[in-house]
Design a protein around this ligand. Structure first.
Ligand SMILES: Nc1ncnc2c1ncn2[C@@H]1O[C@H](COP(=O)(O)OP(=O)(O)OP(=O)(O)O)[C@@H](O)[C@H]1O
Length: 297
């Protein structure tokens, strides 16, 4: 079943075009990573899906309904972000309220996570540190067990150990209770083992949407004598290239090579290496303005 469907969705904020004909579908019970540079349009997409804002021109369906002001969507989804509005209660009170609101709330899981992360029942939400706030919000997101669970930059401020715990808790709970999870992040490298699909957004458009396993084979890197590297990658779609010394080159190209061709290239003396999904996304969304070094040259 399709849970989220976007067809040519655009969103303008005044003169700023945040989304430009974004088109994609997300199927039920998958974990999808929403990846993109700063300002690409990720938060805008998540806010539209959650029914918090309306697209300027749209064909948006969530659970087959237009999400804006939809009771069905708000009852079946949660958006976890750093702007989550919490009732003015202490943390214990918030957990109790969340238990009343979310039909599938797992109070025992919430309590166990609450204790594991050493929260104080009497503390108020707005006095939590940045990382602790993200951790508490994550507990609400996991324990709510909403059929559509949306996390916008959930690990903001979390230290590395907590981030790892978060990914592990998310995976364990998802495996035990499959649901549709959408997760925006800048840390694709940390989430590779968690995700089933990657949705890459560039300048408000859907740039790529594919299983993470396919993304692992999307590109390939060649390093060696410049003329050989260029010859091996001619007619290919080049994602990135860099010269090394006077006659050495490193080129990342789309991987359309057969195993036989790669073996032949290797025998000619070139180094061939894999390109991680995270690197692919960086190359595909890199700025056309050159690198940061150019600013200082
Ligand atoms: N309320 C708003 N008013 C005006 N412009 C906005 C508003 N919300 C978003 N934008 C603009 O829309 C574009 C997309 O923003 P969005 O927050 O969706 O990007 P993002 O991919 O989530 O970025 P980041 O990774 O930095 O959080 C940006 O140019 C942003 O400045």
């Amino acid at each position: 079943m399709t849970v989220v469907h976007f067809q040519d969705v655009s969103k303008k904020f005044g003169r700023t075009k945040a989304l430009n004909n974004a088109t994609f579908s997300i199927e039920e019970n998958k974990i999808t990573g929403l990846i993109g540079r700063n300002g690409a349009g990720k938060t805008t997409i998540l806010n539209i899906i959650s029914g918090f804002i309306q697209a300027t021109s749209e064909e948006v369906k969530v659970f087959s309904e237009k999400p804006f002001n939809s009771l069905l969507v708000s009852a079946n989804s949660i958006l976890v972000d750093d702007k989550m509005s919490m009732p003015s209660l202490n943390l214990k009170g918030i957990l109790i309220e969340a238990g009343r609101f979310y039909e599938k709330w797992d109070a025992s899981l919430a309590q166990r996570l609450f204790e594991y992360f050493s929260f104080d029942e009497n503390q108020s939400h707005d006095t939590l540190s940045k990382g602790k706030k993200s951790t508490f919000n994550m507990i609400i997101g996991l324990a709510s067990r909403c059929p559509l669970t949306v996390f916008d930059e959930p690990t903001t401020g979390m230290d590395e150990a907590v981030r790892n715990d978060f990914y592990r808790a998310l995976l364990k709970d998802y495996l035990a209770h499959p649901r549709t999870i959408l997760l925006s992040s800048h840390h694709l490298n940390e989430m590779e083992d968690l995700l089933e699909e990657v949705l890459l957004i560039k300048d408000g458009e859907t740039h790529l949407h594919m299983p993470i396993e396919d993304l692992k084979n999307y590109a390939i890197a060649f390093k060696g004598k410049a003329e050989l590297v260029k010859e091996s990658t001619k007619d290919q779609s080049i994602l990135y290239q860099k010269t090394h010394g006077p006659d050495q080159m490193y080129i990342v190209s789309k991987n359309t090579y057969s195993e036989e061709t790669l073996q032949r290239i290797k025998r000619s003396g070139m180094e061939i290496s894999n390109v991680t999904p995270s690197e692919v996304c960086v190359y595909l969304t890199s700025s056309s303005k050159g690198g940061i070094d150019d600013v200082f040259s």
